[in-house]
Design a protein around this ligand. Structure first.
Ligand SMILES: Cc1cc2nc3c(=O)[nH]c(=O)nc-3n(C[C@H](O)[C@H](O)[C@H](O)COP(=O)(O)O)c2cc1C
Length: 183
């Protein structure tokens, strides 16, 4: 059975990040031929085009991990109605040097949870704009805008009963999307 390795990019560095918990919980809904691996972005330097010819080890690692994956999953916080700078920094790093983007053609999903009721919708819209430019086909529906509430996760760190069917449906669509678009 073909295996699908998914690189998960969490748009928050916070230790108790709801988005990291969401990434962990949603991975439990995946079938056995899918495995999810969170990539580290907190140790990346600030992107500087002068470094393109001699990238830091953390940048090479990020590009290796993206290149080795068959799909992408972005699970992001919303900061000031857009994507957090740490996420944009990671995206910029792996998009360069020009013509050597690691992102191009990798099928993606976009999820997010925020404390506010708009559930990262504006951040996701901005992220989709960036992904579109980078030639990343992103699953359009269903959109997943979650608000952090006590019942979102169960005691075992899975998705709680109120959102489980919705997110299982999302996962089923995501799996089909990755299989359709993966190289
Ligand atoms: C700098 C900053 C800006 C924020 N801006 C927004 C925002 O625009 N919309 C929103 O719903 N929440 C906003 N929040 C609150 C986040 O939803 C909340 O901090 C959330 O826990 C972040 O996700 P995380 O738990 O994965 O770190 C902001 C938080 C910070 C620190």
């Amino acid at each position: 059975m073909k295996q699908y390795r998914i690189a998960v990019v969490v748009g928050s560095l916070r230790k108790e990040s709801f988005n990291r918990k969401l990434a962990d919980a949603v991975a439990k809904l995946a079938p056995p031929d899918f495995s999810f691996h969170q990539v580290q972005i907190g140790d990346l330097p600030l992107y500087n085009q002068d470094d393109d010819a001699n990238p830091a080890e953390a940048v090479k690692r990020l590009k290796r991990e993206i290149t080795a994956s068959q799909g992408l999953l972005f699970v992001t916080a919303e900061y000031n109605r857009s994507i957090p700078g740490v996420l944009k920094n990671a995206i910029d790093h792996a998009s360069r040097p020009y013509g050597q983007s690691a992102w191009a053609g990798k099928p993606a999903g976009v999820l997010g949870v925020s404390v506010g009721p708009t559930g990262t919708s504006l951040a996701q819209q901005h992220l989709r704009n960036v992904l579109s430019y980078l030639d990343v086909p992103a699953l359009g529906q269903p959109e997943v805008f979650l608000q952090a509430k006590d019942e979102l996760f169960d005691e075992a760190g899975g998705i709680g009963p109120a959102s489980r069917k919705f997110l299982q449906d999302w996962m089923d669509r995501y799996v089909a999307w990755v299989k359709k678009h993966a190289a």
